[in-house]
Each structure stands twice: as C-alpha cells, then as structure tokens.
Design a protein around this ligand. Structure first.
Ligand SMILES: C[S@@+](CC[C@H](N)C(=O)[O-])C[C@H]1O[C@@H](n2cnc3c(N)ncnc32)[C@H](O)[C@@H]1O
Length: 307
C-alpha cells in the first residue's frame, strides 16, 4: 500500500515558531489593530495629503523614522480606501516592515536600483522616489501587468519593467546596479491567518522556496556593482528561507559581508546563528527578524555589502 504523506498540523507550525521566539505564535494570532500607508511623493506632498485627509476626518499618526509613513487604527481602513488621496493614488497601503526594509537600502539620487522580485511594486515605488532609475523584474505575467499599471497610475516614470525570471538576470547584467533589493518569493508565514487554519503551510514548501531563494540571492549579488549594497528580505519566519539563504551566499562569496541594521524597534530579534542541526556564521546575528505587531508584519531582512 502506498505510504500516505502526513499532513502538517497547526501544532507542527507552532513548534517551529516557538523555537524561533516563544512569543511569535501569540503575536501572529493576535487580531490586527493597525495598518499603515505611505504618501506617494511622485504625485504629491505629505502636507497636501494630510490636509486632504483631515478634511475627510482622517488624522493618521506619523512615525519618527520615515517622514512619509503613517499609521491608522484598523477600523479606519475603509474610510482611507474611500478617501480622495487613496483613490487618486496619492497614498499606498504598505506595512511598516516593508517600508522600513525599502528605505534601509542605501540609495543616492544618481543610483540605478534593481528590484529583482518586484510585483506588486510597492518597494520599487519607494526606490523610484530616491534613485535615478529602477529596473523592476517580475516573471509572473498577471502580476507583471498589474505592477506596470501600478507604476503608471502612481506616475513613477523612472521604472523600467522586465517580465523575466530573476534567477538569470545576472547573466545579462553582471555588476550593473548600484543597489539591489531582493524581496524573495517565500512561504509567506507572516501572512498565515492562524484562526483560519494552516491549509497551505507545510515544510516541503519551505524547502522548495529555499532552493529558489538561493538561486535568486546569487543572481542579486552578481548583478550588484563592487562596493554596492543589497537587501535580502522575506515575509516568512522559516530560518531555512532566511538565515540559511544568507549564510549560503556568505559561504560562496568571501566578498559578501553583512552590515548592521540600525533601528529602535522593540518588536524585532536578531538573526539566528543556529537552527536545528545547522550552525550559521556568527555574522548572521546582524540580520533582523520583525515580529508582527501593530502595523508591522512579520518580516526578515539582511543588509549585504559587496566588497
Ligand atoms: C514578496 S513578492 C514581492 C513584493 C514586492 N517587492 C513589493 O513590495 O510590492 C515576491 C515576488 O517574486 C515573484 N517571483 C517568483 N519567482 C520569481 C523569480 N524566479 N524571479 C523573480 N521574481 C520571482 C513573485 O511572483 C512575487 O511577485
């Protein structure tokens, strides 16, 4: 008789999260209390948006680390989505972890930035405001066209789009880019709604994504100019898709070095240097895991310089 595959259970998932951080499961299960958005500086100014929102009775809270990012209680989401600034693409709903990761990429006004896994394009929009030009890569056709529309409606005119597989970009563009962001496709554990069950989660998915991520991080690093910086990020907690992928890059390229990520957030923990039987470079403690809290989604990020 054929051996039946054992289905992953919520208990399996919880056990793994507990081993990363004993509070993680509860933080992920807690109802969402806040959400965040960013002002689209390609279209307008922060002052203008705040005035318009005030006229509609919406008064968002600012954050002290990004001038154009704001937080609102979750009950105000519908009002924001119906507001003039939202419908005219002057604001873009985006969680604070994503905004922080994108603005942590070192960019200068004359830079050319590569966003290697770009749809729906929220982070490319941030780079487009900070750099001279952005190349946004997305292999999935539907997501690619949705992203193109997003850029057009947001008036982001300095983004070139490529419907390509990010794994092979480095072959056509070796060492081309001043900065690279890889927001890797992942098992998206941070978006699991535990109250609805873990229907699509299992460890095979984690291993499948880890394999793809290792190819993508090599492509990202090879596309980066010497002296340039890149960020590797995911919205998943699994160390196999995070620390292990970054560790793989460090072990293959002695000129790949991790940089510290300065921040003042409480809901974070440093990267693991050990997971199950695996030992990673001690340098991995410079990477950052966001624990889900208020307008922050679960997230992992590593900042790498190419020496
Ligand atoms: C986490 S999402 C990116 C989110 C985006 N950076 C943003 O902030 O709006 C990952 C994206 O990678 C894309 N992807 C999947 N396989 C890929 C590959 N081989 N090369 C590049 N991108 C890939 C997925 O289709 C998905 O759109």
């Amino acid at each position: 008789m054929a051996k039946q595959k054992k289905r992953a259970t919520l208990e399996d998932f919880k056990k793994r999260l507990d081993a990363i951080n004993p509070n993680l499961f509860n933080m992920l299960s807690a109802p969402k209390t806040h959400f965040s958005f960013r002002v689209n500086l390609n279209r307008t100014t922060v002052k203008d948006v705040l005035e318009k929102l005030k006229q509609e009775g919406i008064e968002p809270q600012s954050v002290d680390w990004c001038e154009e990012a704001f937080v609102l209680p979750i009950e105000h989401r519908e009002a924001l989505v119906k507001s003039k600034p939202y419908t005219s693409k002057e604001v873009y709903i985006q969680n604070l972890s994503s905004i922080f990761a994108a603005i942590s990429l070192k960019t200068e006004p004359e830079f050319w930035v590569l966003d290697l896994a770009a749809a729906p394009g929220g982070k490319s929009l941030i780079f487009s405001e900070r750099a001279k030009k952005v190349s946004a890569v997305e292999p999935d056709k539907n997501r690619f066209f949705m992203m193109k529309r997003n850029f057009k409606e947001s008036l982001a005119k300095n983004i070139q789009t490529y419907n390509k597989d990010g794994r092979f970009i480095y072959k056509a563009c070796p060492q081309w880019f001043d900065a690279v962001f890889l927001d890797a496709p992942c098992s998206s554990e941070a978006h699991i709604d535990i109250n609805k069950g873990i229907t699509w989660w299992n460890q095979r998915r984690i291993y499948k994504f880890a394999k793809l991520q290792k190819e993508l991080i090599i492509s990202a690093f090879e596309s980066l100019k010497t002296g340039g910086e890149m960020i590797y990020a995911t919205c998943t907690f699994a160390p196999e898709e995070n620390e292990a992928v970054v560790n793989y890059l460090l072990s293959k390229y002695p000129n790949a070095k991790l940089l510290p990520i300065p921040h003042n957030f409480q809901n974070t923990q440093e990267g693991l240097t050990k997971w199950q039987e695996e030992e990673y470079s001690k340098e991995l403690s410079k990477t950052l895991r966001f624990l889900p809290n208020k307008a922050f989604s679960g997230f992992y990020m590593a900042k790498i310089v190419k020496e």
